[in-house]
Design a protein around this ligand. Structure first.
Ligand code: URA
Length: 441
């Protein structure tokens, strides 16, 4: 007899552990349309309230990963390595890290997401490059990975389709906020993506899913355990997302900043986080014997220009115009421009990531609802970051918006997100902690 979704929800709500078979049935039946959204939402809410054991979370991850195609990367000669970030404001690390890893001999086949709410998405950023396609078929993805060493595509519907359906329902029913559901959602896509080595970046702070370091660490440890039990080599970094990363927040503007980092410039914080992630990607993939050697290899890929060439090769392979990487805002022109500043001298004491993310969303760079459009030209250029001095009348943030109304909304959000005073506040380190591949978690 098949299990009954209502009984499974009841038992979960009472804190009982469900079996792997029951969870596999539930995922299969929901993906096949045999369970309606309403009872599934009730089950998801029961999970949010009662949590899941490690065994249940592992079973849910496996069932979601197996709900569609599992990419087979055996045809790729180079070590395969994937990364995932729980996201944030100004997070353009994939655009920097993936080309560096490819320049160091690794192969990155990456499925990325679009932005929703105040967090940006790599796919929206890449699509700001004129002509670039992200809807690669699995065959195109593998062919490009073999040829260029790096391919970044939008989440294929063929991969972990259960997650696509469940995530949309979670988003609509307020059931995103569960460690077990977040971990299984992320890890099902990573396992289906096929890479042998996986580096997870769990962001922590106001601009991230996880507000506190303890919550972030618990999520990172859970995802690492899931990945290792599935036979993958996994490391995780906890990074700060209480302030925006870098000086650019938006789509074209973040690609511009990523290209600047690959050309040897760009903001120091983006470079620091990218190099830390790249180093762990190289080490977990066996492309370096340790973190110091990996760091040196990454530095050399930047110095020699090999990493910048890999980004250009990725853009061209995906049909984009690589010459746009040399143009301000990739050649886009914003409809309205303005600036936020104050009428006295001071130090930027606080620039809250969530508030800045909301301001970027207000410019038109973000998406308020699934399927909405984003403006590639919209975004923010931060002139004075936390700890830097600003003078009376000088811009602290330049704003590029889709219309005059969007511009005004963004200025209001910035006013709520930024504090300028006489003193600089103490800053949390960017890399808060690392769970190295051999650590037991
Ligand atoms: N990112 C995902 O892919 N899934 C979640 O549940 C949360 C963040």
């Amino acid at each position: 007899m098949s299990p009954d979704i209502r009984r499974l929800s009841d038992r979960k709500r009472r804190g009982e552990e469900l079996s792997a078979e029951e969870i596999a049935w539930l995922v299969e039946a929901y993906t096949a349309g045999e369970i309606d959204d309403a009872p599934m939402a009730a089950w998801l809410m029961a999970v949010c309230c009662a949590g899941m054991t490690d065994a249940e979370t592992q079973a849910l991850t496996d069932a979601m990963a197996r709900s569609g195609e599992m990419l087979n990367l055996a045809c790729i000669d180079a070590p395969t390595v994937d990364k995932h970030s729980t996201g944030g404001v100004g997070d353009k690390i994939t655009l920097v890290a993936a080309p560096i890893v490819a320049a160091c001999g690794g192969c990155v086949v990456k499925m990325s997401g679009r932005g929703l709410g105040h967090t940006g998405g790599t796919i929206d950023k890449l699509e700001a490059i004129p002509g670039l396609r992200t809807d690669l078929t699995p065959e195109e993805l593998l062919a490009q990975a073999r040829e260029v060493g790096v391919a970044v595509a939008s989440q294929s519907k063929a991969l972990a389709p259960a997650d696509g359906k469940m995530y949309a329902l979670r988003d609509a029913t307020g059931t995103v906020d569960s460690r077990a559901l977040i971990a299984s959602s992320i890890m099902s896509k990573k396992l289906a993506g096929g890479a042998q080595a996986i580096v997870l970046e769990v962001t922590v702070g106001s601009g991230a899913f996880m507000e506190t370091v303890d919550e972030g660490r618990a999520l990172a440890e859970l995802m690492v355990r899931i990945g290792r039990r599935a036979g993958r080599c996994v490391a995780a970094l906890l990074t700060d997302m209480s302030r925006p990363l870098g000086r650019a927040v938006g789509n074209a503007i973040e690609v511009e900043e990523a290209a600047a980092v690959l050309a040897g410039g760009g903001p120091a914080d983006v470079r620091e986080v990218a190099l830390a992630i790249v180093s762990w990607m190289l080490a977990t993939a066996g492309l370096a014997s340790g973190i110091d050697e990996a760091h040196e290899a990454a530095d050399e890929a930047l110095r020699s220009g090999a990493a910048a060439e890999k980004l250009a090769a990725l853009v061209e392979a995906q049909g984009g115009d690589a010459s746009a990487l040399d143009r301000a805002l990739l050649g886009h022109t914003p409809a309205a421009v303005g600036a936020w500043g104050i009428d006295r001298e001071g130090i930027v004491t606080r620039m809250d990531a969530l508030g800045v993310g909301r301001a970027a969303l207000a410019t038109g760079a973000g998406r308020r609802c699934k399927g909405g459009a984003v403006d590639p030209a919209a975004g923010l250029r931060i002139i004075s970051v936390e700890g830097e001095r600003t003078r009376a009348g000088e811009p602290v943030v330049e704003v590029m918006a889709s219309s005059g109304e969007h511009l005004q909304d963004a200025l209001v959000e910035l006013g709520a997100a930024i504090i300028v005073s006489e003193r600089a506040a103490e800053q949390r380190p960017l890399i808060i902690d690392v769970l190295a591949p051999e650590e037991r978690v």
